[in-house]
Design a protein around this ligand. Structure first.
Ligand SMILES: *Cc1c(COP(=O)(O)O)cnc(C)c1O
Length: 399
């Protein structure tokens, strides 16, 4: 018997749930790319994207996923043979470092492991030790989607300033933009990278690099930047095609227009507050389940937990068994335990993640939690009782 027929729910940390409004906006014939609706609409996307990132500065759009934005940010600012400092708190920090290595950039990695946020003091030390001025940028993952750690980006700015170091501050906000509070200008961030398929609720395929005037100066001093990745024409287009470096990503743009309308209709601060409340409900349930049995939040300190994704440890084989049960019996797809163990390691089966980014509300979160509760019971995985009560109490208090 399965109870999975009905609307399926993809509760993984990206791609996120697509709103019907976004899907409807994309459901249209190919538009003219030389005049008409598409051209009229495009310029308005830029200020609305800036409002999401809380910046007055530049944005370049790429037809790429997050990996493309990683490469774009580096290609404009760091030349081969130069170095970046990477305080890593999970798979995605190492992923951006790997991207840098592929460009011939040296990477100084400070590995904080999988359950500890970055320590800005260590970043400051590393910058002070860089008397030769090798380090061109510090690459911070705001939310590492593998571990669900949220790092204090403003503290890294303070560390860079305290060390009196000229390195750019670059932040990966792919998982966190339009989910967790992020203030590009107020926090002194020079470059942020983001993607369309997480908090922005659009299918994968667009990515964004926001950059400050300082970062633009660093770009101007680069010996060479490949034409395709160069952010200059994209951020200052003379012709419509230059926004995209070629043909516009037509349907994604109509989807993005709708999602930005949804975000600003709700209000970015309200979007942040909603994500925070839903995250607290999830944590409350997880803490109760964890009172008896193997389930535990990966990030012990709530102050450093993402509001967009929650990584959990439950011991092999329970993680994979639970994911399988929810998928087959309840129509809910949970995230795999990315980066916690290698897929050929039996420990791989001991982790899972709940994605709660973007178009997610109270009944969706309560439904996922109740489905997990049923799965724990069906699979005889020991767990504390009263998790759903704890979650609904949080929702009642927040709404
Ligand atoms: C999803 C994600 C990426 C990678 O994005 P892709 O679109 O899969 O290339 C990078 N960093 C973070 C923090 C992410 O969440």
């Amino acid at each position: 018997m399965t109870l999975s027929y009905g609307r399926e729910y993809l509760a993984i940390p990206g791609p996120s749930v697509m709103p019907d409004r976004v899907l409807r906006a994309m459901n249209r014939a190919s538009p003219n790319i030389y005049e008409g609706d598409l051209i009229d609409m495009a310029a308005g996307l830029i200020p609305d994207l800036r409002r999401v990132a809380r910046t007055e500065h530049h944005v370049a759009i790429y037809i790429a996923n997050g990996h493309g934005a990683w490469e774009a940010a580096l290609a404009n600012t760091v030349a081969p043979g130069e170095a970046v400092l990477v305080p890593a708190t999970g798979r995605f920090g190492h992923g951006w470092a790997d991207m840098a290595q592929g460009l011939g950039i040296e990477t100084d990695i400070i590995d904080f492991g999988k359950s500890t946020p970055l320590d800005a003091g260590r970043v400051e030390e590393a910058l002070r030790a860089d008397t030769a001025g090798r380090i061109k940028a510090v690459l911070v993952t705001h939310v590492d989607t593998s571990t669900s750690i949220r790092n204090d980006v403003a503290a890294v700015r303070a560390a860079i300033d305290a060390a009196g170091h000229p390195a750019l501050l670059m932040a990966d906000c792919i998982a966190s933009l339009a989910c967790d509070v992020f203030e590009m200008d107020a926090w002194g961030v020079d470059v942020i990278v983001a993607g369309s398929q997480k908090g922005l609720m659009v299918p994968p395929g667009l990515s964004f690099v926001f950059f400050s005037p300082r970062a633009a100066e660093v770009r101007a001093a680069m010996p060479r930047v490949s034409r395709y990745w160069d952010w200059t024409p994209r951020a200052n287009p003379q012709g419509f095609y230059q926004y995209w470096g070629g043909t516009a990503p037509t349907h994604h743009l109509f989807g993005l227009r709708e999602s930005l309308d949804m975000i600003h209709g709700e209000g970015i601060e309200a979007v942040w507050t909603r994500h925070a409340a839903l995250a607290r409900a999830i944590w409350a349930a997880c803490e109760v389940w964890g009172q008896h049995g193997p389930l535990a939040l990966n990030m012990p300190d709530a102050a450093h937990r993402s509001h967009a994704v929650t990584s959990l440890r439950i011991g092999a084989p329970h993680g994979s068994a639970l994911r399988g049960w929810l998928q087959d019996k309840a129509g809910v797809t949970l995230g795999i335990g990315l980066g916690m163990a290698e897929p050929n390691d039996p420990a791989w089966h001991g982790f899972f993640r709940i994605g709660h980014m973007g178009h997610v509300n109270a009944h969706m979160v309560l439904g996922v939690l109740a489905s997990i509760d049923a799965g724990l019971k069906a699979l005889d995985i020991p767990h504390g009782q009263g998790a759903l009560e704890a979650a609904s109490t949080v929702i009642a208090g927040a709404a």
